[in-house]
Design a protein around this ligand. Structure first.
Ligand SMILES: *Cc1c(COP(=O)(O)O)cnc(C)c1O
Length: 233
């Protein structure tokens, strides 16, 4: 049996430890519970134990769960197909996976239509250049940010990355530090309605390394809710 309450306590403790080691305050790091594939009972159990922000990677799951727990904050962390932008735009507090101008255009269009002030977004960067992963390559970032300045409904808040699975989380330190440096470079030249305050990086396997390198959101599924089973991401 997975004890969600105990798991949350243990993750919070590990986040504190990592923040201590990095000389950072725990207030700087948001624990985002990744609830994809989990039943609403598990999500409610986490909420009861102090988790207020949840991450999902499928639009259908956000649409199902958000109305059942509307006081929580919902984040879209998975690849967003353009034709689903409309469905999710008013249910999330942040999109972590902006990775194309075409998607930005669709979000802008739908935000205008629905009267949404703006959408907080992170740009997903594929630092390790893995073919299986979404996200733009680092060298495209300046051009991409420049293009995004046309879309006033999109506020860029930072960067997100999904690091490779590694046996030793220390191996991902260089990936996380590259994200931090990219954010710093980009922040010198941002459109007025954007900043680079958020670095969404680190998962169950490597969040401590990510905190060492400046993560402000860690996305944790397995270590809170247990194994998802099968090969389902
Ligand atoms: C599933 C997922 C996570 C959480 O992964 P765990 O290893 O279960 O902690 C984090 N980020 C993204 C984008 C995911 O899809």
């Amino acid at each position: 049996m997975v004890d969600i309450k105990e798991n949350i306590q243990s993750i919070r403790y590990r986040i504190e430890k990592a923040c201590d080691k990095a000389g950072r305050s725990t207030d700087e790091v948001t624990l985002l519970a990744v609830s994809k594939t989990r039943p609403i009972e598990d999500v409610k159990e986490a909420y009861k134990n102090g988790i207020t922000e949840f991450g999902e990677n499928k639009v259908v799951e956000i649409c199902d769960k958000q109305p059942l727990l509307p006081y929580a904050k919902w984040h879209m962390i998975g690849h967003l197909q353009r034709n689903k932008a409309k469905k999710v735009i008013d249910k999330i507090c942040m999109l972590h996976s902006l990775d194309s101008i075409a998607l930005a255009e669709e979000l802008q269009k739908n935000a205008e239509k629905s009267g949404l002030d703006f959408l907080n977004t992170l740009i997903e960067v594929n630092v390790a250049r893995e073919e299986s992963k979404y996200g733009i390559f680092a060298e495209k970032l300046p051009y991409f940010v420049d293009e995004l300045s046309k879309y006033n409904k999109i506020h860029i808040r930072g960067l997100m990355t999904v690091a490779p699975f590694v046996e030793n989380p220390e191996e991902n330190r260089s990936i996380f530090s590259e994200i931090r440096e990219l954010a710093l470079d980009i922040s010198r030249n941002l459109p007025h309605n954007s900043d680079m305050a958020v670095l969404s990086m680190g998962m169950s396997n490597d969040f401590e390394s990510a905190i060492m390198e400046g993560a402000t959101i860690v996305r944790i599924g397995t270590d809170i809710f247990g194994n998802r089973g099968g090969t389902l991401l």
